[in-house]
Design a protein around this ligand. Structure first.
Ligand SMILES: [Zn+2]
Ligand SMILES: [Zn+2]
Length: 380
């Protein structure tokens, strides 16, 4: 094998620490692992080179020799056993490195896990909550159907007690050895899929699948101030796994229903108030409903215009992960009366003359009383 720069091969700087080495090796080795590149010789060569580089650099003695004398130094003194550049490979604890990724199979010296377990599927459901619940926080129930372990065989798929026998291919170990180039790999037994046992008579309830469909109800906690469209995760509330694998996760997307009175504007609540003409002109104290179900008073000053926005601090939405609240924004609309009786019409005419500058009318009437008359005559 040609002389290679182990550091460059692993993609780490020369002063990389053990954790950096391990992480970089893991990443690369996973990419070139023979199980993931069946029949790809280039990947196999690369995988072997990576193993060699890591076996040297992860061993402080060998790393010292390599740093001082290069690859040649390792072939001479102190490199330990082995043929050529692969001397140190057996010392690498690959099970430790690959851990759950390969579930412990594929490497002779790895972990003791033997089954090819598979995680269950993730599920997603939507819930809709009223704005009040988004304000106060609440619990929402999500009911849905999911795959659960069969209640009779508890997921084994075999008839309880009598339905399983030891796998003859792997003698119950769940793994078989095979040789590839310099290496001997342990592979999951193809007959029992790593279980070490095979089903002789399947479970009558699930017909061997180990699963059954069931209705489930999951309660989720909605935090005060939650935003519309928030995706929440309930871990392991999804479909059951296979052969002891974890359940998938449940994702719940929380939507907030349209509210008849309030419009949420981030942390604030927008409320539209309809003032009468006289309230807008003369001013008034008006009651404004709040999201918590009480009322607050807003002073409308005389001469308030259409579209005016008032801010009532601390009466808005709850703010997520905070004890603070947003504000209430009160937007003014003005109701223009559409049906007036003759008396009211006269009063408005009088008012119009007064405001629009008919001097005679102003002189005849005492100004200031017109508004009061109009207010007294209109019912809103
Ligand atoms: Zn069953
Ligand atoms: Zn087997």
């Amino acid at each position: 094998m040609a002389s290679t720069d182990y550091y460059r091969l692993l993609g780490v700087p020369r002063n990389a620490n053990d954790a950096e080495l391990k992480s970089s090796f893991r990443k690369q080795a996973l990419k070139y692992h023979p199980d993931r590149n069946p029949g790809n010789e280039d990947a196999e060569v690369k995988f072997k080179e990576l193993n060699e580089a890591y076996s040297v650099l992860s061993d402080s003695k060998k790393r010292n020799i390599y740093d001082q004398y290069g690859e040649e130094g390792l072939k001479g003194a102190g490199a330990g056993a082995g043929a050529g550049g692969f001397g140190g490979f057996q010392n690498v604890d690959l099970g430790d490195i690959f851990g759950d990724i390969f579930g412990g199979f594929g490497f002779g010296g790895g972990s003791s896990g033997r089954s090819r377990s598979r995680k269950g599927g993730d599920l997603k459901h939507d819930v809709e909550i009223p704005l009040e619940e988004a304000f106060n926080g609440s619990r929402a129930s999500v009911s849905f159907e999911r795959t659960e372990l069969c209640s009779l065989c508890h997921g084994s798929g075999a008839k309880p007690k009598t339905g399983l026998k030891k796998c003859s291919t792997c003698q119950g170990s769940g793994r078989v050895q095979y040789a590839q180039g310099f290496f001997s790999f342990a592979q999951t037994c193809p007959d029992c899929h790593g279980q070490g046992e095979v089903i002789t008579s399947p479970c009558s309830q699930c017909r061997g699948s180990g699963h059954e469909r069931k209705k489930a109800i999951v309660n989720i906690k909605i935090p005060p101030g939650i935003n519309d469209g928030t995706l929440m995760r309930v871990s392991r509330a999804g479909d059951a796994g296979t052969r002891g694998g974890d359940s998938g996760d449940l994702y719940v997307q929380v939507y907030i229903k349209h509210h008849s009175r309030f419009e949420r504007v981030e942390d604030d609540l927008l409320y539209y108030i309809n003032l009468s003409v006289t309230q807008a002109i003369l001013g008034a104290n008006v009651e404004i409903p709040t999201i918590e179900g009480s009322k607050t008073t807003l002073n409308i000053p005389a001469g308030t215009q259409y579209g005016k926005m008032f801010r009532i601090s601390n009466k808005g939405m709850a703010i997520l992960n905070s004890k603070k609240r947003g504000d209430m924004l009160v937007n003014v609309k003005i109701d223009i009366p559409t049906r007036l009786n003759s008396n009211q019409k006269e009063l408005f005419k009088e008012l119009s003359s007064s405001i629009d500058g008919d001097e005679k009318v102003i002189k005849k009437k005492k100004s200031g009383s017109i508004f009061e008359k109009i207010r007294g005559s209109l019912i809103f």
